[in-house]
Design a protein around this ligand. Structure first.
Ligand SMILES: NC(=O)c1ccc[n+]([C@@H]2O[C@H](COP(=O)([O-])OP(=O)(O)OC[C@H]3O[C@@H](n4cnc5c(N)ncnc54)[C@H](OP(=O)(O)O)[C@@H]3O)[C@@H](O)[C@H]2O)c1
Length: 165
């Protein structure tokens, strides 16, 4: 099995440990966020941590279930939203969970949250990006063009970071 390292420039926690972070990492996209949570735990960072995780079936694909639940019980993981796509007849994806929690997600963004996405680039990251724009419009009362500007500013401020493949 060929293995290679693909560098991910700048995909890091904010230097200010008090800032909240929102992590969207379905499937293999969970990997960096496990490390983010461990780092925040190790450094005693006070910022709130919100993870959206999804995969096919909860019984077989809930990666790091025990670890994540333990972090949630300890309070390191402030909020965990799960999207198992094949546990029911209709597909439920991380972006559906984002939209269900739109008001709260907007509050976190306005509180300075950094927004991270890791995982599949072709479908997931595009749809998560669309959901983010939708939340800025509906919850932030922005037009479509203003939402584009808002998200562009997040990127410029390095508050919207993606490691997608
Ligand atoms: N070539 C491709 O099109 C493609 C697509 C995905 C992943 N991959 C590659 O496959 C490898 C393993 O992927 P992975 O383990 O990270 O899992 P994954 O295939 O990304 O699947 C993880 C979860 O994401 C769901 N998902 C599918 N489409 C989605 C969408 N549009 N928005 C949000 N979630 C969506 C999947 O649901 P369902 O499967 O039930 O729909 C599954 O529950 C990676 O190397 C990845 O790059 C390739």
């Amino acid at each position: 099995m060929p293995v290679f390292v693909q560098k991910s420039h700048g995909f890091r926690l904010p230097e200010n440990g008090d800032l909240p972070i929102i992590m969207v990492g379905p499937g293999t996209g969970i990997a960096p966020f496990r490390a983010f949570l461990e780092e925040r735990c190790a450094t005693g960072a006070k910022g709130r941590n919100w993870l959206f995780f999804g995969d096919q079936k909860s019984a077989s694909d809930f990666l790091y279930r025990e670890e994540l639940q333990a972090m949630q019980a300890e309070g390191v993981l402030t909020r965990l939203d799960l999207a198992f796509s094949r546990d029911q007849s209709e597909k439920i994806y991380v972006q559906n969970r984002m939209l269900q929690a739109a008001a709260e997600l907007w509050n976190w963004l306005e509180a300075g949250a950094h927004f991270y996405v890791c995982g599949d680039a072709k479908r997931m990251a595009k749809d998560v990006d669309a959901a983010l724009h939708q939340i800025v419009q509906t919850e932030g009362g922005r037009s479509a063009d203003q939402a584009v500007d808002y998200v562009a500013q997040l990127k410029k401020d390095k508050r919207y970071l993606r490691d997608v493949y």
